[in-house]
Write a new protein. Structure first.
Length: 113
């Protein structure tokens, strides 16, 4: 599975961004898709994930502000990020779990105060 992420950028605190991750194959066959992030000097952490069964999972730090969704027709998973904070600044990576774990390239999100 090849994953192509996009949508990062520079935004002021309180603003919004939507990240997209397009898969090279139907996401019907993918068990879990989601997003991790890695801030400078920190470990990569799970942000949000969604399963083929419709179960979603969010990091406590983003609950109520971020929303993960999928568009099966476009083989795409989205991460809508609202009320962004400077601490959300990181490189965001999409991933897919289908037996093995597949990673997209990162997309950088910078939130200015």
């Amino acid at each position: 599975v090849q994953l192509q992420a996009s949508g990062g950028g520079l935004v002021q605190a309180g603003g919004s961004l939507r990240l997209s991750c397009v898969a090279s194959e139907s996401i019907f066959n993918i068990i879990v898709m989601g997003w991790y992030r890695q801030a400078p000097g920190k470990q990569r952490e799970l942000v949000a994930a969604t399963s083929s069964g419709g179960v979603t999972n969010y990091a406590d730090a983003v609950k109520g502000r971020f929303a993960i969704s999928t568009d099966n027709a476009k083989n795409t998973v989205y991460l809508q990020m609202n009320s962004l904070k400077p601490e959300d600044t990181a490189v965001y990576y999409c991933y897919a779990s289908k037996g093995s774990i597949y990673w997209g390239q990162g997309t950088e999100v910078t939130v200015s105060s």
